[in-house]
Design a protein around this ligand. Structure first.
Ligand code: NAX
Length: 332
Protein backbone atom coordinates (compact mmCIF):
# COMPACT_ATOMS: atom_id res chain seq x y z
CA UNK A 1 0.00 0.00 0.00
CA UNK A 2 1.22 3.53 -0.74
CA UNK A 3 1.75 6.33 1.82
CA UNK A 4 -1.51 7.90 3.02
CA UNK A 5 -2.67 11.09 1.31
CA UNK A 6 -3.09 13.66 4.08
CA UNK A 7 -6.36 15.53 3.64
CA UNK A 8 -7.50 18.45 5.80
CA UNK A 9 -11.21 19.19 6.09
CA UNK A 10 -12.15 22.39 7.91
CA UNK A 11 -15.62 22.96 9.29
CA UNK A 12 -15.31 19.27 10.10
CA UNK A 13 -18.12 19.28 12.68
CA UNK A 14 -20.54 20.87 10.19
CA UNK A 15 -23.16 19.39 7.93
CA UNK A 16 -21.25 19.26 4.60
CA UNK A 17 -18.31 17.58 6.30
CA UNK A 18 -20.64 14.93 7.73
CA UNK A 19 -21.27 13.62 4.19
CA UNK A 20 -17.87 14.53 2.78
CA UNK A 21 -15.70 12.71 5.32
CA UNK A 22 -17.36 9.35 4.71
CA UNK A 23 -17.03 9.65 0.93
CA UNK A 24 -13.33 10.55 1.12
CA UNK A 25 -12.55 7.88 3.72
CA UNK A 26 -14.19 5.12 1.68
CA UNK A 27 -12.21 5.89 -1.46
CA UNK A 28 -14.59 7.94 -3.62
CA UNK A 29 -11.96 10.62 -4.31
CA UNK A 30 -8.46 9.18 -4.25
CA UNK A 31 -9.32 5.68 -5.35
CA UNK A 32 -9.99 2.37 -3.68
CA UNK A 33 -6.34 1.52 -3.08
CA UNK A 34 -5.17 4.84 -1.62
CA UNK A 35 -4.92 5.07 2.20
CA UNK A 36 -6.13 8.37 3.67
CA UNK A 37 -5.08 10.34 6.69
CA UNK A 38 -7.87 12.75 7.66
CA UNK A 39 -7.25 15.93 9.60
CA UNK A 40 -10.39 17.53 11.01
CA UNK A 41 -10.28 21.22 11.94
CA UNK A 42 -13.08 23.07 13.67
CA UNK A 43 -13.30 25.78 16.29
CA UNK A 44 -12.80 25.07 19.99
CA UNK A 45 -16.53 25.10 21.00
CA UNK A 46 -17.20 22.35 18.42
CA UNK A 47 -14.60 19.89 19.75
CA UNK A 48 -17.17 17.75 21.61
CA UNK A 49 -19.25 17.42 18.42
CA UNK A 50 -16.09 16.64 16.48
CA UNK A 51 -15.33 13.80 18.93
CA UNK A 52 -18.64 12.26 17.87
CA UNK A 53 -17.68 12.54 14.19
CA UNK A 54 -14.36 10.82 14.95
CA UNK A 55 -16.17 8.01 16.77
CA UNK A 56 -18.46 7.50 13.78
CA UNK A 57 -15.55 7.42 11.36
CA UNK A 58 -13.89 4.76 13.54
CA UNK A 59 -17.14 2.81 13.67
CA UNK A 60 -17.32 2.70 9.86
CA UNK A 61 -14.30 0.35 10.08
CA UNK A 62 -13.05 1.58 6.71
CA UNK A 63 -10.00 -0.21 5.31
CA UNK A 64 -8.46 2.93 3.74
CA UNK A 65 -8.65 5.23 6.76
CA UNK A 66 -5.13 5.22 8.19
CA UNK A 67 -5.75 7.83 10.88
CA UNK A 68 -7.98 10.71 11.99
CA UNK A 69 -6.62 13.82 13.68
CA UNK A 70 -9.24 16.15 15.22
CA UNK A 71 -7.95 19.58 16.22
CA UNK A 72 -8.77 23.24 16.81
CA UNK A 73 -5.13 24.23 16.23
CA UNK A 74 -4.33 25.52 12.72
CA UNK A 75 -0.62 24.69 13.08
CA UNK A 76 -1.54 21.03 13.67
CA UNK A 77 -4.25 21.04 11.01
CA UNK A 78 -2.12 22.33 8.12
CA UNK A 79 0.99 20.25 8.92
CA UNK A 80 2.31 18.41 5.84
CA UNK A 81 -1.09 18.22 4.15
CA UNK A 82 -1.50 17.21 0.50
CA UNK A 83 -5.05 18.53 0.10
CA UNK A 84 -6.96 21.28 1.95
CA UNK A 85 -10.75 21.25 1.74
CA UNK A 86 -11.74 24.52 3.38
CA UNK A 87 -15.40 24.10 4.18
CA UNK A 88 -15.55 25.98 7.49
CA UNK A 89 -16.46 29.65 7.36
CA UNK A 90 -18.35 32.25 9.33
CA UNK A 91 -22.04 31.82 8.47
CA UNK A 92 -24.25 34.80 7.71
CA UNK A 93 -26.32 35.53 10.80
CA UNK A 94 -29.63 37.37 10.78
CA UNK A 95 -29.13 41.10 10.43
CA UNK A 96 -25.53 40.68 9.26
CA UNK A 97 -24.57 42.75 6.26
CA UNK A 98 -22.50 41.33 3.42
CA UNK A 99 -19.51 43.42 4.37
CA UNK A 100 -19.63 42.12 7.96
CA UNK A 101 -19.64 38.59 6.61
CA UNK A 102 -16.67 39.40 4.38
CA UNK A 103 -14.81 40.96 7.29
CA UNK A 104 -15.28 37.91 9.52
CA UNK A 105 -14.17 35.57 6.75
CA UNK A 106 -11.15 37.63 5.77
CA UNK A 107 -9.92 37.13 9.32
CA UNK A 108 -10.38 33.34 9.15
CA UNK A 109 -8.77 32.91 5.73
CA UNK A 110 -5.87 35.25 6.51
CA UNK A 111 -5.00 33.18 9.55
CA UNK A 112 -5.42 29.89 7.65
CA UNK A 113 -3.28 31.29 4.81
CA UNK A 114 -0.41 31.89 7.20
CA UNK A 115 -0.77 28.35 8.60
CA UNK A 116 -0.91 26.88 5.09
CA UNK A 117 2.19 28.80 4.10
CA UNK A 118 4.12 27.72 7.17
CA UNK A 119 3.10 24.07 7.48
CA UNK A 120 1.61 22.51 4.33
CA UNK A 121 3.47 20.73 1.53
CA UNK A 122 4.24 23.17 -1.29
CA UNK A 123 2.35 20.90 -3.67
CA UNK A 124 -0.85 21.18 -1.59
CA UNK A 125 -4.09 21.50 -3.57
CA UNK A 126 -6.55 23.91 -1.97
CA UNK A 127 -10.31 23.97 -2.51
CA UNK A 128 -12.32 26.71 -0.80
CA UNK A 129 -15.99 25.87 -0.20
CA UNK A 130 -16.92 28.21 2.66
CA UNK A 131 -18.71 31.31 1.40
CA UNK A 132 -18.03 33.77 -0.10
CA UNK A 133 -15.93 31.00 -1.65
CA UNK A 134 -14.23 32.90 -4.50
CA UNK A 135 -13.08 35.79 -2.34
CA UNK A 136 -12.10 33.59 0.61
CA UNK A 137 -9.91 31.64 -1.82
CA UNK A 138 -8.18 34.82 -2.97
CA UNK A 139 -7.50 35.85 0.61
CA UNK A 140 -5.92 32.53 1.56
CA UNK A 141 -3.79 32.55 -1.61
CA UNK A 142 -2.57 36.04 -0.73
CA UNK A 143 -1.40 34.89 2.71
CA UNK A 144 0.33 31.74 1.49
CA UNK A 145 2.84 33.26 -0.93
CA UNK A 146 5.11 30.21 -0.95
CA UNK A 147 2.37 28.04 -2.48
CA UNK A 148 1.94 28.42 -6.28
CA UNK A 149 -1.19 30.38 -7.22
CA UNK A 150 -2.25 27.51 -9.51
CA UNK A 151 -2.79 25.36 -6.39
CA UNK A 152 -5.79 27.43 -5.24
CA UNK A 153 -9.37 26.90 -6.35
CA UNK A 154 -12.92 27.43 -5.20
CA UNK A 155 -15.93 25.18 -5.64
CA UNK A 156 -18.40 25.87 -8.45
CA UNK A 157 -18.86 22.20 -9.28
CA UNK A 158 -22.13 22.06 -7.37
CA UNK A 159 -23.46 24.77 -9.70
CA UNK A 160 -22.18 22.80 -12.71
CA UNK A 161 -23.84 19.62 -11.44
CA UNK A 162 -27.08 21.53 -10.87
CA UNK A 163 -26.95 22.87 -14.43
CA UNK A 164 -26.25 19.42 -15.86
CA UNK A 165 -29.14 17.90 -13.90
CA UNK A 166 -31.56 20.62 -15.05
CA UNK A 167 -30.77 19.85 -18.70
CA UNK A 168 -31.00 16.09 -18.15
CA UNK A 169 -34.41 16.51 -16.51
CA UNK A 170 -35.65 18.86 -19.22
CA UNK A 171 -34.72 16.37 -21.96
CA UNK A 172 -35.61 13.23 -20.02
CA UNK A 173 -32.10 11.80 -20.45
CA UNK A 174 -29.54 10.60 -17.91
CA UNK A 175 -27.00 13.02 -16.41
CA UNK A 176 -24.07 11.31 -18.13
CA UNK A 177 -25.63 12.23 -21.48
CA UNK A 178 -25.18 15.94 -20.75
CA UNK A 179 -21.68 17.35 -21.13
CA UNK A 180 -19.92 20.72 -21.20
CA UNK A 181 -22.31 22.76 -19.09
CA UNK A 182 -20.28 25.76 -17.91
CA UNK A 183 -20.38 27.99 -14.84
CA UNK A 184 -18.69 31.36 -15.27
CA UNK A 185 -17.80 33.71 -12.43
CA UNK A 186 -18.87 33.87 -8.83
CA UNK A 187 -20.46 31.14 -6.71
CA UNK A 188 -23.38 33.46 -6.06
CA UNK A 189 -26.62 34.44 -7.72
CA UNK A 190 -24.69 36.45 -10.35
CA UNK A 191 -22.97 33.30 -11.69
CA UNK A 192 -23.57 32.59 -15.36
CA UNK A 193 -24.64 29.00 -16.12
CA UNK A 194 -23.95 28.73 -19.85
CA UNK A 195 -25.40 26.15 -22.23
CA UNK A 196 -24.02 27.63 -25.44
CA UNK A 197 -21.29 24.97 -25.66
CA UNK A 198 -23.11 22.10 -23.95
CA UNK A 199 -23.71 18.89 -25.88
CA UNK A 200 -26.17 16.08 -25.23
CA UNK A 201 -26.63 12.50 -26.36
CA UNK A 202 -30.25 11.99 -27.38
CA UNK A 203 -31.33 8.72 -28.97
CA UNK A 204 -27.72 7.84 -29.68
CA UNK A 205 -27.03 11.17 -31.41
CA UNK A 206 -24.61 13.81 -30.12
CA UNK A 207 -25.97 17.36 -30.64
CA UNK A 208 -25.79 20.86 -29.17
CA UNK A 209 -27.92 21.03 -26.00
CA UNK A 210 -29.73 24.15 -27.19
CA UNK A 211 -30.74 22.43 -30.42
CA UNK A 212 -32.16 19.49 -28.46
CA UNK A 213 -33.97 21.72 -25.97
CA UNK A 214 -35.55 23.88 -28.72
CA UNK A 215 -36.69 26.46 -26.17
CA UNK A 216 -34.60 29.62 -26.16
CA UNK A 217 -36.65 31.24 -23.41
CA UNK A 218 -36.05 28.30 -21.11
CA UNK A 219 -32.29 28.42 -21.80
CA UNK A 220 -31.92 32.17 -21.39
CA UNK A 221 -34.31 32.70 -18.53
CA UNK A 222 -35.71 29.79 -16.52
CA UNK A 223 -32.61 27.57 -16.67
CA UNK A 224 -30.24 30.35 -15.63
CA UNK A 225 -32.48 31.53 -12.80
CA UNK A 226 -33.09 28.01 -11.51
CA UNK A 227 -29.37 27.26 -11.28
CA UNK A 228 -28.52 30.68 -9.83
CA UNK A 229 -31.11 30.37 -7.06
CA UNK A 230 -30.97 26.61 -6.43
CA UNK A 231 -29.09 27.00 -3.13
CA UNK A 232 -31.86 29.26 -1.80
CA UNK A 233 -34.55 26.82 -2.98
CA UNK A 234 -32.88 23.99 -1.05
CA UNK A 235 -32.72 26.14 2.09
CA UNK A 236 -36.38 27.08 1.68
CA UNK A 237 -37.38 23.42 1.46
CA UNK A 238 -34.95 21.82 3.92
CA UNK A 239 -34.46 24.73 6.30
CA UNK A 240 -30.79 23.86 5.93
CA UNK A 241 -28.36 24.56 3.10
CA UNK A 242 -27.21 21.99 0.53
CA UNK A 243 -24.99 19.41 2.16
CA UNK A 244 -25.21 16.02 0.43
CA UNK A 245 -24.94 17.58 -3.03
CA UNK A 246 -22.20 19.96 -1.87
CA UNK A 247 -20.15 17.05 -0.50
CA UNK A 248 -20.63 15.12 -3.74
CA UNK A 249 -19.50 18.14 -5.77
CA UNK A 250 -16.37 18.57 -3.62
CA UNK A 251 -15.53 14.90 -4.30
CA UNK A 252 -16.05 15.44 -8.06
CA UNK A 253 -13.84 18.55 -8.02
CA UNK A 254 -10.96 16.93 -6.14
CA UNK A 255 -11.12 13.61 -8.00
CA UNK A 256 -10.87 15.42 -11.33
CA UNK A 257 -7.97 17.53 -10.09
CA UNK A 258 -6.16 14.48 -8.74
CA UNK A 259 -6.65 12.13 -11.71
CA UNK A 260 -7.38 14.55 -14.60
CA UNK A 261 -10.50 15.13 -16.64
CA UNK A 262 -9.49 13.52 -19.93
CA UNK A 263 -11.62 15.06 -22.66
CA UNK A 264 -14.31 16.29 -20.23
CA UNK A 265 -14.74 19.94 -19.31
CA UNK A 266 -15.40 20.90 -15.70
CA UNK A 267 -15.97 24.25 -14.05
CA UNK A 268 -13.89 25.48 -11.15
CA UNK A 269 -12.91 28.80 -9.65
CA UNK A 270 -9.25 29.55 -10.41
CA UNK A 271 -7.14 32.69 -10.36
CA UNK A 272 -7.67 34.40 -13.71
CA UNK A 273 -4.70 34.88 -16.01
CA UNK A 274 -6.81 37.09 -18.25
CA UNK A 275 -8.57 34.41 -20.30
CA UNK A 276 -11.81 35.54 -21.96
CA UNK A 277 -11.08 39.13 -20.92
CA UNK A 278 -11.52 38.38 -17.22
CA UNK A 279 -9.40 40.61 -15.05
CA UNK A 280 -6.12 39.01 -14.01
CA UNK A 281 -5.94 38.01 -10.37
CA UNK A 282 -9.68 37.46 -9.83
CA UNK A 283 -10.87 34.08 -8.53
CA UNK A 284 -13.33 33.33 -11.35
CA UNK A 285 -15.03 30.11 -12.42
CA UNK A 286 -13.98 28.94 -15.90
CA UNK A 287 -14.47 25.78 -17.94
CA UNK A 288 -11.22 23.84 -17.55
CA UNK A 289 -9.49 20.61 -18.47
CA UNK A 290 -6.99 18.97 -16.16
CA UNK A 291 -4.12 16.73 -17.23
CA UNK A 292 -2.78 13.70 -15.36
CA UNK A 293 -0.01 16.10 -14.24
CA UNK A 294 -2.74 17.98 -12.28
CA UNK A 295 -2.21 21.13 -14.34
CA UNK A 296 -5.47 23.03 -14.82
CA UNK A 297 -6.03 24.71 -18.18
CA UNK A 298 -8.87 26.97 -19.25
CA UNK A 299 -10.72 25.55 -22.28
CA UNK A 300 -9.50 27.84 -25.08
CA UNK A 301 -11.17 29.38 -28.09
CA UNK A 302 -14.85 29.43 -27.12
CA UNK A 303 -17.05 31.88 -28.99
CA UNK A 304 -18.63 34.33 -26.57
CA UNK A 305 -21.94 35.88 -27.67
CA UNK A 306 -23.02 39.37 -26.61
CA UNK A 307 -25.55 37.77 -24.28
CA UNK A 308 -22.82 35.71 -22.60
CA UNK A 309 -20.41 38.65 -22.46
CA UNK A 310 -22.90 40.73 -20.53
CA UNK A 311 -23.50 37.96 -17.99
CA UNK A 312 -19.77 37.17 -17.64
CA UNK A 313 -19.04 40.85 -17.03
CA UNK A 314 -21.84 41.22 -14.46
CA UNK A 315 -20.52 38.39 -12.31
CA UNK A 316 -16.98 39.76 -12.79
CA UNK A 317 -18.14 43.16 -11.51
CA UNK A 318 -19.50 41.55 -8.34
CA UNK A 319 -16.22 39.71 -7.79
CA UNK A 320 -14.19 42.90 -8.21
CA UNK A 321 -16.39 44.62 -5.64
CA UNK A 322 -16.06 41.69 -3.19
CA UNK A 323 -12.31 41.57 -3.67
CA UNK A 324 -11.91 45.32 -3.14
CA UNK A 325 -14.06 45.17 -0.01
CA UNK A 326 -12.15 42.16 1.42
CA UNK A 327 -8.75 43.64 0.67
CA UNK A 328 -9.75 46.99 2.22
CA UNK A 329 -10.18 45.10 5.52
CA UNK A 330 -6.71 43.65 5.09
CA UNK A 331 -5.20 47.10 4.65
CA UNK A 332 -7.16 48.60 7.56
P1 NAX B 1 -22.17 24.36 8.97
O1 NAX B 1 -22.55 25.61 9.68
O2 NAX B 1 -22.97 23.11 9.17
O3 NAX B 1 -20.66 24.00 9.32
C1 NAX B 1 -19.64 24.95 9.28
C2 NAX B 1 -18.60 24.52 10.27
O4 NAX B 1 -17.49 25.39 10.12
C3 NAX B 1 -19.06 24.61 11.72
O5 NAX B 1 -18.82 23.40 12.39
C4 NAX B 1 -18.21 25.75 12.27
O6 NAX B 1 -17.91 25.61 13.65
C5 NAX B 1 -16.96 25.62 11.40
N1 NAX B 1 -16.08 26.78 11.41
C6 NAX B 1 -16.40 28.09 11.54
N2 NAX B 1 -15.29 28.83 11.58
C7 NAX B 1 -14.25 27.99 11.45
C8 NAX B 1 -12.86 28.15 11.43
N3 NAX B 1 -12.30 29.37 11.56
N4 NAX B 1 -12.07 27.06 11.30
C9 NAX B 1 -12.61 25.84 11.20
N5 NAX B 1 -13.93 25.61 11.23
C10 NAX B 1 -14.74 26.68 11.35
O7 NAX B 1 -22.09 24.75 7.43
P2 NAX B 1 -22.10 23.82 6.14
O8 NAX B 1 -23.51 23.60 5.72
O9 NAX B 1 -21.24 22.64 6.36
O10 NAX B 1 -21.48 24.81 5.06
C11 NAX B 1 -20.14 25.23 5.13
C12 NAX B 1 -19.85 26.35 4.17
O11 NAX B 1 -20.05 25.93 2.81
C13 NAX B 1 -20.75 27.58 4.33
O12 NAX B 1 -19.94 28.74 4.26
C14 NAX B 1 -21.66 27.51 3.12
O13 NAX B 1 -22.15 28.78 2.76
C15 NAX B 1 -20.72 26.95 2.09
N6 NAX B 1 -21.30 26.35 0.88
C16 NAX B 1 -20.63 26.51 -0.28
C17 NAX B 1 -21.01 25.90 -1.45
C18 NAX B 1 -20.23 26.07 -2.70
O14 NAX B 1 -20.68 25.53 -3.73
N7 NAX B 1 -19.12 26.78 -2.75
C19 NAX B 1 -22.24 25.07 -1.50
C20 NAX B 1 -22.69 24.60 -0.17
C21 NAX B 1 -22.51 25.56 0.97
O15 NAX B 1 -23.60 26.45 0.97
Amino acid sequence: MSEPVKVLVTGAAGQIAYSLLYSIAKGDVFGEKQPISLVLLDIEPMMAVLDGVVMELQDCALPLLADVIPTADEAVAFKDIDVALLVGAQPRRQGMERKDLLKANVKIFKSQGAALDAHAKKTVKVVVVGNPANTNALVIAQFAPSIPKENFSCLTRLDQNRAQAQVATKLGISNENVQRTIIWGNHSSTQFPDLAHAVVHVNGKLMPAQEAIKDDNWVKDEFIKTVQTRGGAVIQARKLSSAMSAAKAICDHVRDWWFGTGERWVSMGIISKGDYGIKEGLMYSFPVQIGTDRVVQVVPGLTISNFAREKMDATQAELIEEKDCAFSFLEA
